[in-house]
Design a binder for this molecule. Sequence first.
Ligand code: AMP
Ligand code: ZN
Length: 493
Amino acid sequence: MAIRLYNTLSGKIEDFHPIDAGHVRMYACGPTVYDYGHIGNFRTFIAVDLLYRFLRQSGYDVRYVMNITDVDDKIIRNASRDGVTVQQYTAKYTQAFLEDSATLNISQPILVRATEHIQEMAEFIGELVNKGFAYRTDDGSYYFRIAKFPEYGKLSKKDFAGMTDGARVDVDEYEKDSARDFALWKAPKPDEASWQTPIGPGRPGWHIECSVMSMEELGPSFDLHAGGEDLIFPHHENEIAQSEALSGQQFARYWFHARFLLVEGQKMSKSLGNFFTLRDLVLKGHKPSSIRWLLTQVPYRNQLNFTFDGLNAAASSVEKLRNFRFRLTSSKFAAGSNPAMAKLASETAQRVNGALSDDLNTAEAQGAIFDMLRKTNTALDAGEVRQDDVQALLSTLECFDAIFGVLKDDDQPKMKAVLDWARTAGREDISPQLLEIAGSAQVTDDDVNQKLAAMEAARKTRNFKQSDALRAELTAAGIIVENTKDGVRWRRK
Ligand code: AMP
Ligand code: ZN
C-alpha cells in the first residue's frame, strides 16, 4: 500500500512515489540558531522525524538533510549586540538544538550549515544573474526578479499578477501582500558579518541558503521538502523560484508542512512571548517523553493547542504504555497460545500502519495501540494471555514505538542533564518535581535490584523494620516499588 501524503503544491493528498524507487531524498528547513528552540519549533521537527521514521520502516532508504541557519538578520543583530562573532554566537545555540533534539528522541538528519556554503551561494546567485533572474543594485546587494518567474505563487496559491516589477524587499521575513523582488545577497553594513566572494562582499539572504544546500546535498530535483506552515510563504515560494530558475527542473516534488502549535489560539512564537522551550518545561518537572507524545497526538496537518492538562494527560499515556510493556515482559504466563491474542496483535499492527500511511494519522495510530492495550489488559486479568502470544503483542508495540519513540525509560538522566545545565546557567525556576525525579537518576538499576534483594532477605527473616527502611530509601530516591501476584516490580517516578 502506497503511503499517502498531503502535498501543499498540489493541494491534495497523493500517493507518495519517490523519483528513484526505494530511495527517498528529503530536506527539512532546520532551526535558526539565534536562541533556544521552543516546543512549537519542535512540533515541526518531530512531525518530520515521524515521517522519516515511517518512510524507513516502510522499507525506503532515506537521505534526510536538514540545514542549520547560522547566519540571518536576527543572528547578525544579536551577535553584534553582544559584541561576539556570528560563529561564537551560534555555536551555543546549535549545540542546544542538538541536545534538545536528542532529549526529544528526534533522529539526527544529515546537518548542513549555511556559513559553510557561502561561496556556493555566491556562485548560485552569479548564475541567476547570468540567466537574467537576478540583478545587482548600486549598493552591491542582489535581488531575485520575480516578474521573470511566472510560476511565482504556485506553492502559496497567491496571485501576484498585479505587483510592481522591481519593487524590492530586503528583510528575510515578510507578509504575503508585500511580495516583491527579494534579497538574495545583502551588501555589507558596518558591524555586520560579511564574506568576500566573486559577486562581491556581503552575506546571503535566508532563502538562498536552503536552495543551495538542498540542491547540493540532494540534486536539483528531489522528493520531499518539509517545514512549518509559516515557511510556505515567502521562504518556500522563494526557494522554488530560485532553484527552478537556475535548474529548469522541478525542485521538490512533495511539500510537507506541519501546522502550528498554538497557545490559547495563537501561534506559539518568540515574538508573541507565549512560548515554552523544552528546558522550561523540564524545569517544571515534565518529562521529555510526555512532551514528545503530546506533540504527536494531533496529526501534523491540524493545529494543536498546548495546555498543561494536555501535557499531564500525555505523561499518563506514556506511563500506561510503559507499564503495559512491563506487564508483558515481567508476568508469568501459562504455556500455549490464544488465537484471539495473535489476531489482536496482527490487526493492531495493520491498523497502526494503515493510519500512518494515511497522511501520517498519528491520532488514529495511537487509538489503535490503546485499543490493543485495553483488550490485552482485560485478557491478562482473566488469565487469557498465553506464553506464545506475548512476542506478537510486544512486537506490535515495538513497531509502533519505532515511530513514536517514547517507550525507552530514559527520562531521568535526560532531566538530570537539564538540571545540571540550569544550575550552571543560573536558572532560578527549578521545580521540586524536577529535583525529585532527577534525584532518582542517581540510583542505578543495579542499586535498586540490590536493595530489593536485601528487602526480600529482610522480609524472609521477618525483619520488617529493615525491609521498610529499605523501601523508604527507594521511595526517597524516586523509585516506586509494587508488590504484585507475580512478585515485586519497580519503576522510576
Ligand atoms: P525557526 O527556527 O524560527 O526558523 O523555525 C524552525 C521551524 O519551526 C520552522 O519549520 C518553523 O516553521 C517551525 N515553527 C515555528 N513556530 C512554530 C509553531 N508555533 N508550531 C509549529 N512549528 C513552528
Ligand atoms: Zn529553509
